[in-house]
Design a protein around this ligand. Structure first.
Ligand code: UD1
Ligand code: CA
Length: 429
């Protein structure tokens, strides 16, 4: 399957210096969602049309190659002037020279479209032997979208909002901007479209009327439900999609036995695992890829970032940030702490104000803390540091880079040094 992703537009309505497709939802650019969905349905070499902010978009595409989705690489296609969606697709003709099959076209600003929906569209396109199949969507408020026009149920055109008559504007079936075309007929039709419309652009949507005139069969299928077909044109749209995505994720976790004390004030990215009977308190932010065990208490005001794994019955409280760390079962970090690049053993208590100073200005280093360690308030670990099982640190102590605290040892002060044995013994009692 070949595909074209349209990503050359400026996104004027975003009022941004950043190309629209690089705006993020939970730390992932819009374009990343679309490319990942394409990869999921087996598109190995999507053609991505770039223009506005091409350097930034290409630099994202280069990094994307080395992502976990092995073997999938995007080909950037240059659209010098952004003369419209039809012109953008026409720019791919060379890159797709000789390709006679079905071509999927998708905008880079529709992050919620599901792979299964694309598969359904491709299937019906093939079984009905159509030249163009449009993915449409029914919207209560169709404002801003191209309308699907039908006469006696027969689909005959897509009309952009600006060019639509009042009665056409009342139509609630809209174009999602996702299509499957027979490639040769599409490129033929693109030669016939003209920029005679309010925006003076070459509209991809105008190919529908051209194809019908040429006796080809086209159809629109309202397979995109609810918010799925939503295109992001403004900050308001972006915020709506973020809301929808986070609500969907939280509902999923609720169905799997997780309590959210204030789900509206909690952010959970897609791709998070949370065990049964864990309670998430308000204003907690959990990034993609995080794994949290069962019977944990997280938040309020906790930030759990990428690469973090938290064991069962752990408690992560207010103003605690955890990133790229592995916390064992029953680890308690209840207030004001930063754990970055840390490994913390079972049952360790992380005192208020604990910091793993993981960054030396150039590189990140690890802090390895054993089981049942008692970390005193305001301890700073200047990584790399290793702390043995059952050790203790005194309040305000600074464990300097490269130190190894032995099993059961008690350290205090700045820089941290072992307490004399007799004092240490008393302390442990
Ligand atoms: C487009 C459709 C509209 C549909 C809507 C769905 C057309 C004419 N209109 O409108 O029917 O309801 O999407 O979201 O196709 N782009 C380029 N080069 C260009 C212009 C645009 O690559 O010269 C890219 C943009 O980066 C964007 C996509 O094409 O990712 C769609 O462009 P946009 O301006 O957002 O189109 P809409 O007005 O939303
Ligand atoms: Ca759009």
């Amino acid at each position: 399957m070949e595909a074209i992703v349209l990503a050359a537009g400026k996104g004027t309505r975003m009022k941004s210096e950043r190309p629209k497709v690089l705006h993020e939802i939970f730390e992932r650019p819009l374009l990343d969602y679309v490319l990942a969905t394409l990869a999921d349905i087996g598109v190995k070499r999507p053609n991505v049309v770039v223009g506005y902010g091409a350097e930034e978009v290409c630099s994202f595409l280069r990094k994307w190659k080395t992502d976990s989705r092995l073997g999938v690489r995007a080909t950037a296609v240059w659209q010098q002037d952004q003369k419209g969606t039809g012109h953008a697709v026409a720019c791919c003709e060379k890159s797709l020279a000789g390709f006679k099959g079905d071509l999927l076209v998708i905008p880079g600003d529709v992050p919620l479209v599901k792979g299964q929906t694309l598969i359904d569209l491709i299937r019906v396109h093939r079984t009905s032997d159509l030249t163009a199949s449009v993915l449409s969507s029914l919207r209560v408020d169709p404002t801003g979208y191209g309308r699907i026009l039908r006469a006696g149920g027969r689909f005959y055109a897509i009309r952009e909002e600006m060019d639509a008559s009042n009665s056409e504007r009342g139509v609630q079936e809209v174009n999602t901007g996702v299509y499957v075309f027979k490639a040769p007929s599409l490129f033929q039709a693109l030669r016939k479209i003209r920029p005679v419309n309010q925006k003076k652009e070459y509209y991809l949507t105008d190919t529908i009327e051209v194809l019908i005139k040429n006796g080809r069969r086209v159809e629109a299928f309202p397979f995109a439900s609810g918010i799925e077909g939503m295109g992001i044109n403004s900050r308001r749209d972006l915020s709506e999609v973020i809301d929808a995505m986070k609500t969907r994720e939280i509902q999923y976790h609720e169905q799997h036995g997780v309590t959210f004390v204030a789900s509206d004030q909690t952010f959970v990215a897609p791709g998070v695992q949370i065990g049964r009977d864990t309670i998430i308190y308000p204003w907690t932010y959990i990034e993609s890829g995080v794994k949290i065990g069962r019977h944990c208490k997280i938040g309020p005001f906790a930030k759990i970032r990428k690469g973090t794994v938290i064991g069962d019955a752990a408690e992560i409280g207010s103003f605690v940030e955890v990133t790229r760390s592995r916390l064992g079962e029953k680890v308690v970090a209840k207030h004001l702490a930063y754990l970055g690049d840390a490994v913390v053993g079972t049952g360790t208590n992380v005192g208020a104000g604990t910091i793993t100073a993981n960054f030396d200005g150039k590189r990140k280093h690890q802090t390895r803390i054993g089981k049942k360690v008692l970390i005193g308030s305001n301890t700073v670990f200047v990584a790399p540091v290793a702390v043995g099982d059952g050790a203790q640190t005194g309040a305000g102590c600074v464990v300097t880079g490269g130190s190894k605290i032995k099993k059961g040892e008690v350290v205090v002060g700045v820089p941290a040094r072992p307490l004399k044995n007799s004092v240490a013994k008393k302390r442990r009692k």
